[in-house]
Design a protein around this ligand. Sequence first.
Ligand code: HEM
Ligand SMILES: *[C@@H]1O[C@H](CO)[C@@H](O)[C@H](O)[C@H]1NC(C)=O
Ligand SMILES: *[C@@H]1O[C@H](CO)[C@@H](O)[C@H](O)[C@H]1NC(C)=O
Ligand SMILES: *[C@@H]1O[C@H](CO)[C@@H](O)[C@H](O)[C@H]1NC(C)=O
Length: 422
Amino acid sequence: MPTLAILSLLFSSTTAYRWVANQPGVDSSLLVSRSNIKRQSGSSCPFNADHKPAAPYTDQYPYTGAKNGLPGTGKGGIQVPAEGDEAHYFTPPGPNDIRGPCPGLNTAANHNFIAHDGIVTLTELLDAQQNVYNVGYDLALVLAVLGVAQDGDIVTEKLSIGCDATSRTSAIGLGREPGLNGHNKFESDASSTRNDYFLGNGDDYSFNGTLFAGMKGVADRISNGVFDREAMAATRSQRYDESLHTNPNFFFGPMQILLYGAASFLYELFPNYGNEGIADLQTISSFFGAQAKADAPGGWAHVPERIPEKWFSRRLPYTLADVVIEILALYLRYPKLFGGNIGTDNFNGLNTTFGIIKDGKLPDDVTAAQILCLLYQLGTMNVPSALSPVEELTEATLNWSIGKLNPVFKNAGCPLSPIEPK
Ligand code: HEM
Ligand SMILES: *[C@@H]1O[C@H](CO)[C@@H](O)[C@H](O)[C@H]1NC(C)=O
Ligand SMILES: *[C@@H]1O[C@H](CO)[C@@H](O)[C@H](O)[C@H]1NC(C)=O
Ligand SMILES: *[C@@H]1O[C@H](CO)[C@@H](O)[C@H](O)[C@H]1NC(C)=O
């Protein structure tokens, strides 16, 4: 189709909006050109010449014993950082250190559980998620593999937790590696405390005090100030609606079910003793780096993310089986359509089937087991390009992800993709 070919040429510099650009009737003036976009990337991405890997785990302070990318004991209820484990005490980032859209990883970097400059490895991500938060090995693997495959490098297994630092993450020749700031890969619209890419003129990664105040407002209204499941379900719904009504380029695809997973981390991973503790304002603001300040936007300034004093990880691991239950509960409280805007408040449901998502919806009787398989598919398949605004992952990347994920999904009851022989 010539018109589509021309459109895709016109918008080749705005591949982030390919899905939108190809829609009939799209108003192309709504598409921001790359030159307009302020981003913490390229030459402006911080560079720390003194890259130090994560502080190593010692026999004295083993946490869950997770090391070298392997499963630990899964036994949490551990003080983090341990008294005396000075290597993991809070160390604020300097101007040359990269931070990004993920409060959980920014916090881990500020405590040297992953590399302090923000150029991290798959191994560091696997160990830190287990040792700091007692994330189950299976969930830790899914998140880390998605992060590295979408935004990092499958040969070096390195990832920037923020801006594009390709020269430091890449093996030669795999192309641009955007880091976790990369839009519509892992990072999405309708985040709880980060701008939509379009609305923030490309800043989809910074803490936004107005949005934090909005999330707190929901918790105050619904759950007496606690960021629990009920409050986070309402926050997700509110942020979706805000994007729908204000962002002409709002995109909410299958990958966005991960936003519900992240929302559950506030009450499953951040509280003292995790799910046994209370997701109160003091705890949540410490992990988000939110500090009350009267003259800051929304009344909340940003300070470096930090583990609260005398904080203990959850006792039992937070596994894949656990997170899919929470994703489902949060989503079903206020079900939303998958799709995108082609203008403010002009929403088009996804047209193509992906896994169990049909006509922009999950089935009415969707189960946790189906969400589990959807996560596997997001990690191992390309979302059909008709409904995905992102460049497709290469065969090599998909094969790498399949090789990593198949072992933990082998008993999940999902049809597995084959690993390609060399
Ligand atoms: C390798 C593991 C991980 C990766 C690659 C990762 C990546 C990301 C990315 C890209 C986002 C932005 C999504 C968006 O809102 O657009 C995000 C959000 C978030 N992440 Fe992580 N994450 C990881 C692990 C964790 C862990 C272990 C925690 C908590 C302990 C965590 C907590 C959060 C929270 C609360 C948000 C939502 C922030 C908001 O909506 O404002 N993440 N993560
Ligand atoms: C923070 O979010 C609010 C609400 O979406 C927005 O109006 C404001 O411009 C954002 N601030 C920054 C600095 O991006
Ligand atoms: C869905 O697909 C059909 C056929 O390809 C097309 O005519 C229609 O415009 C699409 N709808 C949306 C919302 O994209
Ligand atoms: C696919 O990945 C496996 C490891 O999981 C590797 O042995 C194999 O060589 C890869 N194949 C291709 C074509 O890259």
